[in-house]
Design a protein around this ligand. Structure first.
Ligand code: PEP
Ligand code: MG
Length: 577
């Protein structure tokens, strides 16, 4: 038995076999071949096999997603039947005597580049499809699986150095019990993904994680940041009991998830979800979300070779808005940079990407990215309750610049006769300390704030959110962060604007009494946390919590604050133990 300590990245416990995650690298290097006819035959076999794979995915999408989603795979099959594309690949194999992997990938890149440059949105969107299909054919040629988890026979605990957003897109989530990550912290991408799926995760567990053998039994205690490898019988039994208790608490809370969250003295709080795609949207509704407080739009930009077109984005946003009908959906404009890289944007490497050209800063410099997204969002908002939100706002002037671009988009669409959501509210994330300090000025510029405690903590405490060595510092329970939160809420209310929170603190049971006491209006969190937070709010009395929040802010450390809340409101300690 071996114990590793890391960072509590996503609550809950799981017990099961370990699985070492290895990234699949495609090898498309040019190689000379001796027998072009045999190589073409190898290619033909790979094309046939890729077609059958696509058929299967099409059937799966038809039953598990929508007809519109499934259509994409019909289009993929048509690409494999495109005579021009296939004959160009074969000609290159015959004339240049090169391997199929290289011929497929280079030819697809050429075709995709031509498509991407076309004015017509439909053709531009096909560029990504071509590269998707080409990568599938190369995987078949190399005899490697579609997903790194394809060989898993039973659900397992994923072990990795760290996972990038692209890695997680490829994971078969139904085969994942939880995560144990060598690096990373509570607000790194893997942690956010785990919370979104309601799976336990420990991050920053150290490089010893990489020595655990696939198949070894392990326990991941995501509530306490503890990992146990090959637990003895007594320990395993203990964890099984804790797992059962927390499952019971969760399923009890789920029974009332669809009801509103009123405190005992009748104050209603809006509890909404952080989501990243249409599957999350459906999951959020099942968990009682009354809307979306943070739609992370990055999902549309990852795992592809060119920017998504306006039309593609419009369709994707509309599908999500349709799930929520008239309930609010706060769509955050693109937040890349920091730890989220998009290779095809060819952004310059920065020494400090979290302090660099990230999010709104990039969008203001790149109207070719910003405008299509704003137009798509505004179009998708027709008939819905759309709110647009800018990430990484540091100054009044950047808000004004962003608003100017919104107004330009609206003017253009008016001239073009395109309907859009005229009255969509515009808000900002308060996640940079400067924005919190000038919240009184910013409140005059926008309709709402949403506090991003993940970044607000890292910037306030000067502690990288992805670095486990400083994870203890970048803690949103720190009084320095909580005092900024109070300033932001008070400043917004003075201007009669509403304030939400979409950072991870909003889903923390121990934070709920403090945030209710400070007067936060909206709590936005990963869907699995919604039922429990609603239940906690229902058991609180808002009037008593104003003083509690004031007292909490006078304490010296995150630990002291958490102990204080547990002592004052003992029932919360019970539900999270
Ligand atoms: C935040 O910073 O708190 C936030 C919600 O945004 P992200 O985690 O996507 O940076
Ligand atoms: Mg952020």
């Amino acid at each position: 038995m071996k114990k590793l300590n890391g960072v509590a990245a996503s609550r809950g416990i799981c017990i099961g076999p370990a699985f070492q995650f290895h990234r699949i690298e495609l090898d498309t290097e040019k190689k000379e071949i001796s027998d072009p006819n045999a190589e073409v035959a190898r290619l033909d076999a790979a094309l046939a096999s890729a077609k059958s794979q696509i058929d299967l995915i099409y059937q799966k999408a038809l039953t598990e997603a929508s007809e519109a989603d499934a259509e994409i795979f019909q289009a993929h099959k048509m690409i494999l039947d495109d005579p021009e594309l296939i004959s160009t690949i074969k000609n290159r194999i015959q004339c240049e005597r090169i391997n199929s992997e290289c011929a497929v990938s280079e030819t697809a890149e050429q075709f995709a580049a031509t498509m991407a440059a076309m004015e017509d949105e439909y053709f531009a969107a096909r560029a990504t499809d071509i590269m998707d299909v080409a990568n599938r054919v190369v995987r078949v040629l190399m005899n490697v699986a579609d997903s790194p988890t394809a060989d898993l026979k039973e659900p397992a605990i994923i072990l990795a150095d760290d996972l990038t957003p692209s890695d997680t897109v490829l994971l078969d989530k139904s085969k994942v019990l939880g995560f144990c990550i060598a690096r990373g912290s509570a607000t790194s991408h893997t942690a956010i993904l785990a919370r979104g799926l309601g799976l336990p995760a420990v991050a920053g567990a150290g490089l010893d994680v990489m020595d655990v053998k696939t198949g070894a039994t392990m326990v991941v205690d995501g509530s306490n940041g503890v990992v146990i490898i090959e637990p003895d019988e007594a320990i395993e039994k203990q964890y099984h009991q804790r797992m059962e208790t927390s499952k019971k608490i969760q399923s009890e809370a789920l029974k009332f998830a669809q009801s509103k969250a009123h405190t005992k003295d009748g104050i209603e709080f809006e509890v909404v979800a952080n989501i990243g795609n249409v599957e999350d949207a459906k999951f959020a509704v099942e968990n009682g979300a009354e809307g979306v407080g943070l739609l992370r739009t990055e999902f549309l930009y990852l795992e592809r070779n060119a920017l998504p077109t306006e039309e593609e984005q419009y369709q994707a946003y509309q599908a999500i808005m349709d799930v929520f009908g008239k309930h609010p959906v706060v769509l955050r404009t693109l937040d890349v940079g920091g730890d989220k890289e998009i290779p095809y944007l060819h952004l310059e490497k920065e020494m400090n990407p979290f302090l660099g050209e990230r999010a709104l800063r990039l969008c203001l410099n790149r109207p070719d990215i910003f405008k299509p997204q704003l137009r798509a969002a505004l179009r998708a908002g027709v008939g819905h309750n759309l709110k647009i939100m800018f990430p990484m706002v540091a100054t009044v002037s950047c808000v004004r610049k962003a608003m100017k671009v919104v107004n330009e988009c609206k003017d253009e669409m008016r001239k073009e006769g395109i309907p859009f959501a005229e009255d969509a509210e515009i808000g900002i994330m308060v996640e940079i300390p400067s924005a919190a300090v000038i919240a009184d000025q910013l409140a005059k510029e926008v309709d709402f704030f949403s506090i991003g405690t993940n970044d607000l903590s890292q910037y306030t405490m000067a502690a990288d959110r992805t670095n486990p060595k400083v994870a203890e510092l970048s803690d949103a329970f720190h009084p320095a962060v909580l005092r900024l939160i109070k300033m932001v809420i008070d400043a917004a209310h003075a201007e009669h604007k509403w304030v939400g929170m979409c950072g991870e603190l909003a889903g923390e049971p121990l934070a709920a009494p403090i945030l209710v006491g400070l007067g936060l209006d909206e709590f936005s969190m990963s869907p699995p946390f919604i039922p429990l937070v609603k239940q906690i709010i229902r058991n609180l009395t808002a009037e008593d919590l104003v003083k509690l929040a004031e007292n909490a802010l006078q304490l010296g450390s995150p630990k002291e604050i958490q102990v204080f809340v547990k002592r004052e409101i003992p029932f919360i300690a019970e539900v999270i133990s």
